[in-house]
Design a protein around this ligand. Structure first.
Ligand code: NDP
Ligand code: HSE
Length: 450
């Protein structure tokens, strides 16, 4: 190991110097002495690979550090740890495998890669006596991976319930706030401005919270990757993102937020994985959650994760799930952990141990309550037909409310809350309902979680 005076040095190679990479480099430079005291070695950024050498950088590195040649970083013998912060499945996966082949530890913030092939990468690293650390892949600066891998290890974890995507939580919070204003305007007989999904997304993009292409966030894929990682670690069995039932937020309307508010609920994009006696059920979808629940009060770009262990009971983690500084906090924590292990000469560390294959069940096995909004023709006997269709499928109505009658079109919106029912039965009832001549449209279908 090289030294600086009598201080040992550990070489770090960054692949990616964008939002996260530059935050990591800045922290390593500005807190170098403090980190060295904590782990017994200096962490030195030796090389940083980017795509475009002409781009201005948010951090100043010694001349010659930045390169557009990833091979030069992977092959550098003075680099002990590779930090992959480019994102996406490829070429990131290839770079990580090559780093392991070259005998280097890896730190990554890459949720997509870790969700899809994390267990294989971890097993590969373990065989080589190396580590892959990925705290930043879920929840930015919120400690989640270390608690799931280590601190909660004594527990049987039965559920993970999370708001794990800041972009969508910001959009949903805007839509909920608009619903509150709309309610006040309605009371005064005034027509509120549109407060739909499109308006909220545009505002989020203008503020820089949502990316120009927001697909991964608003369609729920980002949250599904994060849930798959947490469920895999927590339940100690493989949960692939393709096994996470995933719905986005794009079809929500201002009417749903108004209904939720009246009924005492928030609408959140919830990522939930539960272990039932038959298997695991994992889902990401916008859902009603009672306002009394802690997750209902997590607003804006904040994330929160509730984990239930049999020994701990419910523990709640909350904080900033994205951004340069919170995310670099997680990456640097992993770097310090690895540096400490290198200094101590510890190689064989427990990575993640699967405890057999637990089946991941389809959503038809889920049992919960449901919110339905159905546009119907406004004439006698319609409600009875809707109730009969649900009843035929053993779905019992808890409350029904006729909203917003359009006298010109002779239609009305029915808002229905059900008692607990099997998702398979509700879906079958909805399919049948959609064929009734009196039903114009099944406009919304949301689970009531909690
Ligand atoms: P950015 O787009 O800001 O930065 C990506 C960096 O990677 C850029 O420096 C880019 O180079 C470089 N890069 C991309 N492709 C290549 C390539 N093939 N070879 C070399 N360099 C490449 O991304 P972020 O920093 O925001 O995200 C990085 C990772 O962190 C992702 O996995 C993301 O999901 C994760 N993450 C991000 C969070 C955030 O708040 N941003 C939060 C939590 C996780 P160039 O600059 O030249 O274009
Ligand atoms: N796009 C993610 C979010 C941040 O909005 O939460 C990176 O994980």
């Amino acid at each position: 190991m090289p030294t600086n005076g009598n201080r040992r040095q550990i070489g770090v190679g960054l692949i990616g110097l964008g939002v996260v990479g530059s935050g990591v480099a800045r922290a390593l430079i500005e807190r170098r002495d403090y980190f060295a005291r904590q782990v017994g070695a200096e962490l030195v950024v030796r090389r940083a690979a980017v795509r475009n050498l002409q781009k201005p950088r948010a951090v100043e590195l010694p001349p010659g550090t930045i390169t557009d040649d990833v091979d030069a970083v992977l092959a550098d013998p003075a680099i002990d740890i590779i930090v992959e912060v480019i994102g996406g499945e490829e070429p990131a996966g290839t770079y990580i495998r090559r780093a392991l082949e070259a005998g280097k530890h890896v730190v990554t913030a890459n949720k997509e890669l870790m969700a899809k092939v994390g267990p294989e990468l971890l097993a590969d690293a373990h065989r080589r006596g190396l580590d892959i650390m990925f705290e930043a892949s879920v929840g930015g600066g919120i400690p989640l991976i270390a608690p799931l891998r280590r601190d909660l290890l004594a527990n049987k974890i039965s559920s993970i319930r999370a708001i794990i995507n800041g972009t969508t939580n910001y959009i949903l919070t805007s839509m909920a706030n608009h619903a509150a204003v709309a309610e006040a305007l309605h009371r005064q007989g005034l027509e509120p401005p549109p407060g739909g999904y499109e308006e909220a997304l545009r505002a989020a993009q203008e503020l820089g919270y949502a990316e120009p292409d927001p697909t991964n966030d608003v369609e729920g894929y980002d949250a599904a990757y994060k849930l798959a990682i947490m469920a895999t670690l927590g339940f100690r069995t493989r949960v692939h993102p393709s096994q996470v039932h995933t719905e986005g937020i794009t079809r929500l309307s201002a009417k749903d937020f108004e209904a939720a508010r009246e009924l005492g609920y928030a609408i959140k994009l919830l990522a939930i994985a539960e272990r039932t006696p038959e298997g695991i059920i994992a889902r990401v979808a916008p859902a009603f959650i009672p306002l009394s629940e802690p997750l209902a009060r997590v607003d804006g770009v904040y994330n929160a994760v509730q984990i239930h262990g049999d020994l701990t009971g419910t523990v709640l983690f909350q904080g900033r799930g994205a951004g340069s500084e919170p995310t670099s906090s997680a990456v640097v924590a992993d770097l310090l952990d690895l540096a400490h292990a290198i200094v101590l000469g510890t190689r064989e560390r427990k990575y993640w141990g699967p405890e057999g294959d637990v089946p991941v069940l389809g959503l038809e096995h889920l049992e919960t309550r449901y919110y339905l909004r159905v546009k119907v023709t406004d004439r006698p006997g319609v409600l009875a037909q809707i109730a009969r269709t649900l009843g035929d499928h053993e779905v019992s109505i808890a409350a029904v409310n006729q909203k917003e009658t359009d006298t010109h079109a002779q239609t009305a919106d029915l808002v229905i809350m059900t008692h607990r029912a099997r998702e398979g039965a509700v879906q079958a009832a909805l399919r049948e309902m959609a064929t009734l001549p009196v039903v114009v449209q099944v406009s919304a279908f949301l689970r009531v979680e909690g």
